[in-house]
Structures are given as C-alpha cells and as structure tokens.
Design a protein around this ligand. Structure first.
Ligand code: FE
Length: 327
C-alpha cells in the first residue's frame, strides 16, 4: 500500500479522458519481464531495463530498479557502499519506508513515504544510499524505485544538483471517473506540472488504479511511453494486452495511453499500481561503464581516471552520531 493516498479522490483535479474517435490509443509494442538481481550490499531489485530492451528503446531512460516491496526483519535492511556517478541523473522515489543518503559534497538527507530525491550527478560525485539506522534496528516495510535519466551531451558535465521533492509537493490528480489516483512527480500531464525539474523533458508518475477501473490519459506525441507494473494485474493498450507485477509495457506511437485493472486482484496487492514513464529521446551515442554514462569511450576513460584521482570527491568522515553509536 503506497503511503500517499487520498480520502476523497473526487476533490482532486481530473485528467480528461481522450475521445477515441479523434485520439489514437498507443499500441503495445512489447511486454518484458523484469530481471531479478541484487544491488549494492545485496538488496534485491527487479530491473525491467536495461536487459531485454536496448537503450535506444528506452531513451532517455537508462535503468529502472524496483526495490522491494519487502518486509525486512530487524538487522536485515541493506544499502549500497560508497560509489561514484557521472553523466546522468538518479531519481529515487520511496513509496514505503525510508532511505538515507550522503554524498562527497557534504549533502544528504532522508527520504521516506512518498518523497522523491532527484540527483543530477552531472560532472560527478560519490554517494552512499542506506536504510536509516531505525529501519535497520526495527525492520519493516520497504518499497522504492530508482530511475536513471540520461543527460544530453551539453549538460553531462553540469555541476551536481539535488531536488528534494517531499510527498506534499507531488501533484495528485484523478482519472475522469475517480477510478485512478495519479501522483505526478515530474513533467507535464494534461496541462498539470509535477514538481521535478528535468534537463531532459520527461513525464514521470505513479498511478493506482482501482479493480475494474480504466485509466485513459493523454500522452505527448513526441514522448516515448512505458508503463511498469509495481503490483497487481491488468491490461495495457486499447487491445487489452495482459500485464502483471514485474512487467514493463512499451508503447508505440499515438495520442493517449489506456490501462485497465483486472476486476479481481490478489489479496496481497488489491489494486493495480504502475509507474508511467515517458520522455523526449536524446538520440545521442551512449558509452557506459558501470556508474558512468557518457557519449564516447574516451569520456568514460576520463571519468574512471577522474574518479581514481579523487576529482569526483572523496568519502567524507562518518558523522558524529554514527561514530558514537558504533563505538
Ligand atoms: Fe547511486
């Protein structure tokens, strides 16, 4: 159950339902199953891309990881070690639970229960992402996603930047009949604007669709379009292609998106929860190596050299509180 819900969806602004007589529903081009893997110190993730899709298919997006949903036992939650990034943006959206973050510039913070942290790595930094000590001690529910958004060549080396988007900043919208709640995190949807500011024009939203309901929404023609199923089951496209938890639907060209939730859902996941993703493809060459995503091999070699020379920053000392509790 995502932390951000509303008591009365009918008071929210509504996204209009496109008229199928004049607007073309985007067809489903492919449905791919996420790969189950481990990240960082061994926390389980589902990764719909990259993998079976090429970076051309997902451009301007590079990677999507679903972390959880998992009910951690005390002492079990894991995070990442210190690691660098250069050349793109990481967007971390926590639906349930919390994630703490620190970086080599001295920045950091805690995001929880519907908050989003938007980090433009740009020219590079080092960071660490961990569950907060309270969650490690107590255990508990954790569910989040991390999306990597590519940067075009002319801003790859921009200075690192953060946007902390609290759950209160998220723009909440309703489908035309109140059957779906849309949390708009970034970009534009039917004239509404989400709080995230992006170098690459994108739309990023999390929708919860009630059992038996249909979400039909306009989608910019010049954006690509993908839908990832966080939980539940339903269909994608006017043609009704089945989709379920852990699957990503890639849409072809058109004016709007159609998604339907099955009338009967699993009791563990009573609604269809999806991420809506779309953006303007950058269409530049990509050369990537681990946490560095550049245009050419030489630029990646330079990134590795800069990282090894400490030019992306160095690991700062542990904060006082941590030192004292671990002593
Ligand atoms: Fe990272």
């Amino acid at each position: 159950m995502p932390a951000v819900t509303v008591d009365d969806i009918l008071v929210l602004p509504r996204v209009h339902r496109p008229d199928p007589a004049v607007a073309k529903a985007r067809p489903v081009k492919a449905v791919v199953q996420a790969i189950s893997t481990f990240e960082g110190e061994g926390f389980p993730v589902r990764r719909p891309f990259p993998g079976k899709l090429s970076l051309v298919d997902t451009d301007p997006f590079l990677l999507l990881d679903q972390m959880g949903a998992v009910e951690y036992a005390p002492g079990e939650p894991k995070g990442t070690p210190w690691h660098p990034h250069r050349g793109f943006e990481t967007v971390t959206y926590i639906m349930d639970g919390a994630f703490a973050h620190r970086d080599s510039t001295g920045g950091g913070g805690l995001i929880s229960d519907g908050d989003t942290q938007w980090m433009t790595a740009g020219s590079g930094l080092l960071h660490i992402e961990t569950p907060p000590e309270e969650l490690v001690v107590s255990g508990g529910l954790f569910h989040g996603v991390q999306l990597w958004v590519n940067l075009p060549r002319d801003v790859k080396m921009t200075a690192p930047r953060y946007q902390d988007l609290s759950r209160g900043d998220t723009v909440l919208l309703s489908s035309d009949d109140g059957g779906a709640l849309i949390r708009l995190i970034a970009g534009e949807l039917d004239g509404h604007s989400g709080p995230g500011i992006t170098y690459t024009p994108i739309t990023y939203a999390h929708a919860t669709i009630e059992p038996g309901a249909q979400l039909s929404i306009p989608w910019r023609r010049d954006y690509n379009s993908m839908v990832y199923v966080l939980s539940g089951s339903g269909t994608a496209g006017a043609e009704g292609r089945p989709i379920r938890e852990g699957q990503l639907a890639v849409f072809g060209e058109g004016d709007h998106l159609v998604l339907s939730a099955d009338a009967t859902q699993d009791s563990r996941a009573p609604k269809l929860d999806v991420l809506l993703l779309g953006g303007q493809p950058i269409r530049e060459p990509i050369f990537h190596y681990g946490p560095f995503v550049m245009n050419t091999r030489d630029e990646v070699v330079q990134a590795v050299t800069d990282f090894q020379a400490g030019r992306m920053g160095i690991i700062p000392p542990e904060p006082e509180r941590r030192r004292s509790t671990s002593a």
